[in-house]
Design a protein around this ligand. Structure first.
Ligand SMILES: [Zn+2]
Length: 223
């Protein structure tokens, strides 16, 4: 249920498509821009040196308007845009389709890549959770916050591939029992794959079943 202030904001600053700025009623894109920008891709984990991951799926290219929107959410406090990204997940048909392509086991749990607690406190929200939690529950998946960060890391942005791997090594730990559980790891952005691979590695080491990865946006590293 939108709050009074939300309704008032919508009257004076109606939601617009992040690409063409046309007014929209839900999500972050108008239907035409969604068709143009939807860049559903399944990546081969081997190409990204991710031996602990079965398959990786990205819904948008981490580029142009999508990249700017994610930056606005992460660094400029645009909480409303995060809610619109959750709506976008509900509108997209590809996440459901890719679950079928992957033939995910029924007992799969959805594990978000945890955000540094300091950053969550600064922002007042968690981005992977904001995008994927309602989608997961709507599709009957168990939302399972099984990972935590046990040390701070530098932002991955601007680092090279090897630096990224070094930056995240040993930064996660499991806080829930994941033995033999198949896992769908979710994150807002996938670029070099270093963060997702480190998370998958920790989960597998602790006895998890297969691990698949979904990200809202992604692309070649260092973009
Ligand atoms: Zn548009």
């Amino acid at each position: 249920m939108p709050s009074f202030w939300q309704l008032l904001t919508d009257v004076f600053f109606p939601p617009v498509c992040v690409e063409c700025r046309q007014r929209i009623s839900e999500g972050i894109l108008c239907p035409a821009c969604r068709r143009k920008l939807a860049a559903f891709r399944i990546l081969q984990p081997r190409a990204y040196c991710c031996p602990d991951i079965e398959s990786i799926c990205l819904f948008y290219s981490y580029d142009a308007a999508i990249k700017k929107a994610l930056h606005d959410v992460k660094f400029h406090g645009k909480k409303r845009l995060l809610a619109a990204m959750a709506e976008e997940m509900a509108i997209l048909e590809t996440p459901k389709r890719v679950c079928n392509i992957w033939n995910l086991p029924k007992n799969i749990v959805v594990v978000p890549i945890p955000t540094d607690r300091k950053r969550v406190e600064e922002r007042g929200y968690d981005v992977p959770q904001g995008i994927f939690r309602s989608w997961s529950l709507k599709h009957g998946f168990v939302w399972y916050e099984a990972l935590t960060r046990i040390r701070s890391t530098q932002p991955q942005y601007g680092l090279g591939r090897n630096e990224r791997r070094k930056n995240v090594r040993g930064c996660f730990s499991t806080i829930k029992d994941i033995s033999k559980r198949p896992i769908l790891l979710v994150d807002d952005i996938f670029t070099s794959g270093a963060t997702a691979e480190e998370a998958a590695h920790v989960l597998r080491k602790q006895g998890a079943g297969h691990v698949w990865v979904m990200a809202f946006a992604g692309g070649a590293e260092d973009k």
